[in-house]
Structure formats: structure tokens, C-alpha cells
Design a protein around this ligand. Structure first.
Ligand SMILES: [Zn+2]
Ligand SMILES: [Zn+2]
Ligand SMILES: [Zn+2]
Length: 59
């Protein structure tokens, strides 16, 4: 079994089978898939990817 990790820049959540897929990338939640518009939080409350992603940081 392969576990996919969310393609959100700072997110390390495992992507569930039902996760949204955008442009061939997989994300753990809708918020990550949409690059956290309005600082929308990740499905995992312990994950702070939405804060770190704020401001559009590139790899
Ligand atoms: Zn996350
Ligand atoms: Zn994510
Ligand atoms: Zn995220």
C-alpha cells in the first residue's frame, strides 16, 4: 500500500482515498487543494500548513 502525502507545500498529512485531486496532485482536504483561501485551516487541527502557506511561499 502506498501512502500519499498532501501536495500542499507545508502539509505532511496522509491523503485519504476520497481526497480531492487537482491538476494531478492530491491533497488531504479541500482547504489544501484550494491553497487555503482566507487562511482556511487544514483538516488536521494540529497541522499548521495553512499558516505557513499564508503569503504564498514557494518551495
Ligand atoms: Zn495540513
Ligand atoms: Zn493537506
Ligand atoms: Zn495545507
Amino acid at each position: 500500500m502506498t501512502q500519499r502525502i498532501c501536495d500542499c507545500t507545508y502539509c505532511e498529512c496522509v491523503v485519504p482515498d476520497t481526497a480531492p485531486e487537482v491538476n494531478g496532485k492530491s491533497y488531504c482536504c479541500e482547504a489544501c487543494a484550494a491553497s487555503h483561501p482566507d487562511n482556511q485551516p487544514c483538516q488536521d487541527s494540529k497541522c499548521d500548513c495553512h499558516r505557513r502557506n499564508w503569503g504564498g511561499i514557494k518551495s
